[in-house]
Design a protein around this ligand. Structure first.
Ligand code: FUL
Length: 500
């Protein structure tokens, strides 16, 4: 249609030039203004001549992009879990080992995985992921494929297996067990050659088949040089295939999916809107592309998967198709991932805020606690975890939702108002909202309001909700209105909970 209008415009006599220029400027403006572009979609035609998806159809399809069972389980049952970084770095004070460390330095004389699990549980976490191998290539289990492992350390005279001790302890304490197997390996002589992928897969198989059920498997994108100065081309597809074969219930973390993606920083900074429905080209390890291409022809290569706005409507309309891939916020309780004596744990406030901005913002939270050289968590870290768990419990202990009279009203499909009326003013500290994420993520924007003498004040403005949104408000009021101001399709809420 646009081409047709252009052709007609070009045929007009010169006296129509001013109108023609105005028409061209107007259309150019419309085409390049992403946000307003939707209005023109019905009139646009693709370069290859095929008609664009109808805008409404695409947005509706976006609203129905659904999580896999594994993703849903992770978001609903295990959104908060621990990371444990333990390796020769713990003894050399490094963050990235060189790969030539002598296994003899690794000697946790008081290793206590039960202490780890108790501390992890006290924070309310439901699982834990251990660095079975970090970039230095040292294995915390006696892998038969390398000598650079615990079997050549003094720990239990070379008879130890910390992955096993930890997996067993997790089970004793009702925690889910996961591991991180770094693809970057600064020790392996195979690194930088095709044999390395076999080496890596052999190690992966040992971990996938020898330690019971695994809930989460973590590999990062770090790809530096190995001992021979070469970089490796990782066979991620092959790694993922192995995991699906041996641990079909595990979620897989990688920068670009397939199941959980990186949030883009390691400091626990959550972003304004953390969509789980994102363009497939930015999360290209997710193979389950659930929509057709967006209605506008365009290119998202200027974005990185860690950009905060990758799920925004203004971007997804240029996508090649959408996938479901929530992000994970990973940070350490201390500045380093590994233990360094001169560091202190972060404040309770910072950790609690990160919890609200991750578990309470449609992402998962992977919080690292580094064991000390003796193999125990530092008492300060254990105490901080306990305080965090207590604060979370206290904050969400006093639910007052049932004291309210609740009325609700849909305004079309995309807008919804739910009103809570209390008999007398109540102190409200938090409002927790959950979309029925099993059916997709839909809410674009919402507000919390209160009515005062017939006038409504907005007390909280939010963007997406997704699996869980915690709004910290701190007001005293006898009424509260949740107004979903825009959504991609009919809003389906699973829960709204109000806490004093
Ligand atoms: C990164 C690694 O380079 C860091 O050492 C750490 O393990 C972090 C969780 O992932 O990619």
């Amino acid at each position: 249609m646009y081409k047709l209008l252009s052709t007609i415009a070009n045929m007009l006599p010169l006296k129509y030039l001013p109108q023609l220029i105005r028409f061209r400027l107007l259309t150019m403006h419309m085409i390049y203004a992403k946000i307003n572009a939707a209005l023109w979609l019905l009139f646009l035609e693709r370069g290859d001549g095929t008609m664009n998806n109808n805008f409404q159809e695409f947005i509706k399809a976006a609203a129905h992009v659904k999580p896999s069972e594994n993703q849903l389980r992770m978001l609903r049952k295990t959104p908060f879990y621990a990371f444990i970084h333990f390796s020769p770095n713990t003894y050399t004070n490094l963050e990235w080992g060189l790969g030539n460390e002598d296994p003899a330095i690794f000697n946790p004389t008081e290793l206590d995985c039960d202490q780890w699990c108790e501390a992890i549980k006290s924070a309310g976490m439901k699982g834990a992921v251990i660095t079975a191998k970090h970039h230095d290539g040292f294995c915390l289990w006696p892998s038969k494929y390398t000598e650079h492992s615990i079997k050549n350390s003094p720990y239990k005279n070379g008879k130890g297996d910390i992955v096993r001790e930890f997996a067993d302890a997790c089970r004793r304490h009702g925690l889910k067990f996961g591991f991180y197997l770094s693809p970057w390996d600064r020790n392996s002589k195979y690194y930088g050659t095709p044999e390395y992928n076999d080496y890596y897969k052999n190690q992966l198989t040992e971990l996938l088949t020898g330690y019971g059920e695994v809930f989460h498997i973590w590999f990062d994108g770090a790809c530096g040089e190995g001992p021979n100065g070469k970089k490796q081309e990782y066979d991620y597809e092959g790694y993922i295939e192995l995991i699906r074969k041996y641990q079909p219930k595990a979620t897989i973390f990688n920068d670009f999916g397939p199941d959980i993606r990186w949030c883009g920083n390691e400091s626990g900074s959550a972003r304004y809107a953390e969509w789980a429905v994102v363009p497939s080209e930015l999360c290209y390890r997710c193979k389950n592309v659930q929509t057709g291409a967006g209605p506008l022809e365009g290119d998202l290569s200027h974005m990185y998967n860690s950009d905060s706005d990758i799920g925004f409507l203004s971007n997804i309309i240029y996508s090649k198709g959408l996938v479901f891939c929530p992000s994970e916020i990973d940070m350490s309780i201390r500045p380093g991932w590994f233990y360094h004596e001169n560091e202190e744990p972060h404040s309770l406030e910072r950790l609690f805020n990160t919890y609200l901005n991750s578990v309470g913002a449609n992402t998962t939270f992977n919080l690292n606690i580094p064991p000390m050289p003796n193999g125990r968590f530092n008492d300060k870290d254990a105490a901080r975890l306990h305080e965090l768990g207590q604060l979370i419990k206290r904050s969400f202990a006093d639910e007052i939702t049932s004291r309210a009279k609740i009325t609700s009203e849909y305004i079309g499909d995309g807008q919804l108002r739910v009103r809570f009326d209390f008999d007398s003013p109540e102190k409200i500290s938090y409002v927790q909202i959950k979309e029925r994420i099993s059916e997709g993520q839909r809410v674009e924007t919402f507000q919390l309001r209160r009515e005062n003498n017939g006038k409504e004040d907005t007390i909280y403005r939010g963007s997406c909700i997704g699996s869980n949104k915690i709004c910290r408000i701190g007001v005293t009021t006898d009424n509260l209105i949740l107004h979903i101001t825009s959504a991609r399709d009919k809003v389906e809420l699973e829960e709204i909970a109000i806490f004093a």
